[in-house]
Design a protein around this ligand. Structure first.
Ligand SMILES: [Ca+2]
Ligand SMILES: [Ca+2]
Length: 288
């Protein structure tokens, strides 16, 4: 299979006005109209423009799914192939968060996160990225979620469209049962307002949207600790940008903490020892 490099002009774009959702809907309809009637819409330098652009990815992607014996918990919403890239256009490149919401498997230990990056100039190998994990108790990521952990000082390991960047979590993360586990990534390698557009770092499986992929935007770069309560926008990939982000999580059971138990003889010796210690204390007290 040939490696991906070519971009189709059949892209889907729509504008968002973060402060006025109703206007954003109007802009979406207008942009779609422009796309259909006159080709791709012109980027709006004053507003965010979401873009889902078909991209040819090479196959097969690697590595293969791990053995369930190694990772009994496998959080995957994609179908093992990406067909598009998602991003934000505007007057400059944007840092943003893209994430998948996975149904909780119950208490478990998250051990690895995989992210597939597309090739092309938007994703530099070695560029800084950050992983973020949230617990969403009500199953609605758009109203926020509890931040559990961030993993910093990570970089893009591969940006060839076929090799997942694999991040063993250090330390692994024990997660309690909840409605959803959100696993996301931030493209820290771009500075909002400084680097030139475009920003299309997220690989998307568009074959059958699971309705479990979301993105979050802040007015500038997401803060170092990207608490969703401070985000300007949290929204699901839907409508013309529907699809599944190529982000996966793997793990297993939380380790069982063994509490020492006492058998009959051990218990008898303990009682005897305590009794002896008490008797000695009494004797010493009488001698003073
Ligand atoms: Ca696919
Ligand atoms: Ca929520």
């Amino acid at each position: 299979m040939s490696r991906s490099a070519q971009r189709s002009t059949a892209e889907i774009r729509f504008h968002r006005n973060l402060a006025k959702p109703t206007l954003a809907v109007c802009a979406l309809l207008l942009s779609l109209l422009l796309t259909v009637s006159a080709g791709p819409a012109v980027a709006d330098g004053g507003a965010d423009e979401l873009i889902l652009q078909p991209r040819e990815f090479s196959t097969p992607i690697s590595p293969l799914l791990p053995d369930p014996d190694e990772f009994p918990v496998q959080l995957v919403v994609d179908d093992d192939s990406a067909e598009a890239v998602f991003g934000i256009l505007g007057s400059s490149a944007r840092q943003f968060l893209w994430m998948n919401a996975f149904t909780s498997p119950g208490d478990f230990r998250l051990q690895e996160v995989w992210v597939l990056f597309p090739d092309g100039p938007d994703v530099p190998v070695g560029g800084d990225v950050q992983l973020v994990v949230y617990l969403d108790g009500d199953g609605d990521p758009t109203n926020g979620a509890s931040l559990l952990a961030t993993y910093d000082d990570l970089t893009v390991q591969a940006a060839d469209g076929s090799s997942f960047s694999v991040y063993p979590l250090d330390p692994p993360l024990d997660i309690a049962d909840g409605a959803n586990i959100l696993i996301g990534v931030v493209n820290r390698f771009y500075m909002t307002g400084v680097d030139p557009p475009p920003t299309e770092p997220a690989a998307v499986d568009t074959d059958a949207s699971q309705g479990q992929s979301y993105f979050a935007l802040w007015s500038g770069d997401p803060p170092a600790v990207p608490d969703l309560s401070g985000a300007d926008t949290i929204d699901m990939l839907a409508g013309p940008t529907a699809g599944n982000f190529m982000i996966r999580g793997f793990g297993g059971s939380q380790p069982v903490v063994n509490v020492p138990t006492l058998n009959g003889w051990s218990l008898a010796l303990l009682v005897a020892g305590l009794g002896l210690a008490g008797w000695l204390a009494i004797v010493r007290g009488r001698q003073v």
